[in-house]
Design a protein around this ligand. Structure first.
Ligand SMILES: Cc1cc2nc3c(=O)[nH]c(=O)nc-3n(C[C@H](O)[C@H](O)[C@H](O)COP(=O)(O)OP(=O)(O)OC[C@H]3O[C@@H](n4cnc5c(N)ncnc54)[C@H](O)[C@@H]3O)c2cc1C
Length: 528
């Protein structure tokens, strides 16, 4: 139990995270006063700004909510909560309208209607995009511009939360340690309503497309405060991260293969045709495993987009072109080296349809949450959709409660660099290596037990250095939650593949929800 006298009032609502989930919830709550806390400067640290594809919405001619739900259920490999999928898909048009009103410059056709793209496993054109591959950047720029002009929103950037404060079973605040001075008492920010919007877990893996802030700290904080965690084993690996040694790895979106680019190994063989009838456009988990297989056999894998896209690269895929050019690759004339990378977490803090966690006072939305919409595998572009819909639901739920007229205390000084410090630790890097090797694209009881042993050893090592154990505690908790859930699921389904149980098994055709035992939990309190 952490305790401190160093308490500040953050006001009525405190949102932890300033990605799409955090900022959209803040705007939806306005003019209700909110404080948004983020461990990176506004505009950095959020996966939202890196989204390339767009947002799925059944708004095209010939499309309907039922078809969108059917595609979502098919992708989720038997575990999708159909009620949540229906609820979220049916609110897509209204949320896209909200984003249009926020001046997001979505691509339009010649008649001025929203232009809709298609992505893997969608049977209709239903992806709302911006300038080809710039959806995330454009949406976040529009939201930031509005947040800055909204007086009811106070952003505290440069502060990292590591523990939830709980009093009499209710979450009442968050602890913000001074990572540069671990012996100092942490600061507690107190609020009546706490929204977790801390994003995903990808950075716990050595090869990832996620920002370094995506270390799963929010998930661990919730688990340690007693919140139920769902589907932790389901991590989606994107098959085609650009493999040029950059951390995080830039993404070569599926849209390239949609346009006719194909995978080829260093012996010139197009191996996907032998793996799946859909060839290069097979589902993400199958392509990831095929590439993993090639690489494990010592063969490099490339994306060949020279004929399919060629000279049109800079105009049609500016983000991918930039990433390639920075690595000395001209995608119009060169092969693009690719590797699978941890990309998206289907699991997270279990929430209901209002975004409530199982602990009073705590809501969660965005990638840190698990509504059940994605089941065992996320359908492309459904996560930004789930994020905006659920952020709005959380705001609506909180807005139904009376405002607690607490004037926030003055802002504490920012302490940037927390994620850099965590990433700079050799222990973190070893943890990422073991997650990649043992809890990655292909898992087995042996590899998962090896990961658990590594995590325990690293935790032991961390406990020898004052401050390090506390700083890394959330990383160990989330890594262990994912690994233990993967060990418990003795089957292969969606994003989770077990070499020792290569088929889906009917006895596992359900979501798994876990709450940490009392002695694994850690929450804080304030004196008095
Ligand atoms: C390269 C890439 C491309 C993608 N493309 C698409 C796409 O085309 N379509 C789609 O639907 N989805 C896509 N996704 C997934 C989607 O972007 C994410 O699921 C979504 O943006 C998550 O939003 P979020 O607000 O929950 O998290 P984020 O946007 O990651 O924001 C998390 C916030 O929490 C803060 N934070 C984290 N930990 C702490 C802490 N301890 N204390 C304080 N603050 C903290 C971070 O600084 C950040 O501000 C993509 C993801 C990636 C990485």
């Amino acid at each position: 139990m952490i305790a401190t006298d160093n308490v500040l009032d953050a006001g009525d609502v405190l949102i932890v995270g300033a990605g799409l989930a955090g900022l959209f919830a803040a705007l939806k709550l306005s003019p209700r006063p909110v404080t948004v806390l983020a461990n990176a400067p506004l505009g950095a640290g959020a996966a939202s700004a890196w989204a390339q594809g767009g947002i799925a919405a059944a708004i095209g001619e010939g499309d309907c909510i039922e078809d969108h739900v059917a595609d979502t259920i098919a992708a989720g490999a038997g575990l999708v909560d159909a009620h949540m999928a229906q609820l979220i898909a049916s609110e897509a048009p209204a949320r896209i309208e909200d984003l249009v009103k926020l001046a997001v410059p979505f691509d339009r056709d010649v008649h001025g209607a929203l232009a809709l793209g298609r992505e893997g496993a969608h049977h209709q054109n239903r992806i709302v995009r911006v300038s080809g591959d710039r959806a995330g950047a454009a949406i976040m720029a529009a939201l930031r511009a509005r947040v800055i002009k909204t007086p009811s929103i106070r952003v505290l950037a440069g502060l990292s939360a590591d523990t939830l404060a709980v009093k009499e079973g209710r979450v009442i605040g968050v602890f913000v340690p001074n990572w540069a001075a671990p012996h100092e008492a942490p600061l507690m920010l107190r609020a009546r309503h706490i929204i977790l919007a801390t994003g995903g877990i990808g950075a716990l893996y050595r090869v990832t497309t996620n920002p370094r802030e995506a270390l799963g700290e929010g998930l661990a904080m919730a688990a340690r405060a007693g919140a139920a965690i769902a589907d932790a084993e389901f991590v989606q690996f994107h098959p085609t991260a650009i493999d040029v040694g950059r951390d995080p790895a830039p993404l070569a979106s599926e849209a390239l293969r949609g346009e006719g680019a194909f995978l080829v190994n260093d012996q010139g063989a197009r191996f996907m045709a032998d793996v799946h009838p859909m060839g290069d456009l097979a589902p993400r988990d199958i392509v990831s495993r095929a590439i993993h297989g090639e690489r494990s056999a010592g063969r490099k894998v490339f994306l060949d987009a020279r004929d399919a896209i060629g000279a049109e690269f800079p105009t049609r895929f500016p983000t991918i072109t930039k990433a390639c050019v920075e690595a000395g690759i001209d995608p119009a004339t060169d092969l693009i080296p690719v590797a699978p990378a941890a990309h998206y977490h289907m699991g997270g803090v279990a929430t209901d349809q209002a975004g409530r966690s199982t602990v009073p006072g705590l809501w969660a939305c965005g990638e840190v949450a698990s509504t059940g919409m994605h089941g065992a595998n996320r359908l492309a572009s459904n996560s930004l959709l789930e994020t905006v819909v659920m952020a709005a639901k959380v705001a609506e739920d909180i807005d139904g409660a009376a405002v607690h007229a607490i004037s926030p205390d003055p802002a504490p000084a920012p302490r940037y660099g927390h994620a850099d410090a965590l990433m700079g630790s050799a222990i973190t890097q070893s943890l990422r290596v073991t997650m990649d090797a043992n809890v990655g694209v292909i898992r087995s009881a042996a590899s998962l037990n090896a990961a658990l042993a590594d995590i325990a050893e690293l935790e032991d090592k961390a406990s020898a250095t004052p401050g390090t154990a506390a700083a890394l505690a959330n990383l160990f908790t989330t890594a262990r939650l994912i690994t233990e859930a993967a060990l418990a699921r003795q089957e292969s389904r969606g994003g989770h593949y077990r070499a020792d149980f290569p088929e889906a098994r009917p006895e596992f055709a359900h979501r798994m929800i876990r709450t940490l035992s009392a002695d694994e939990q850690l929450m804080g309190t304030a004196h008095g």
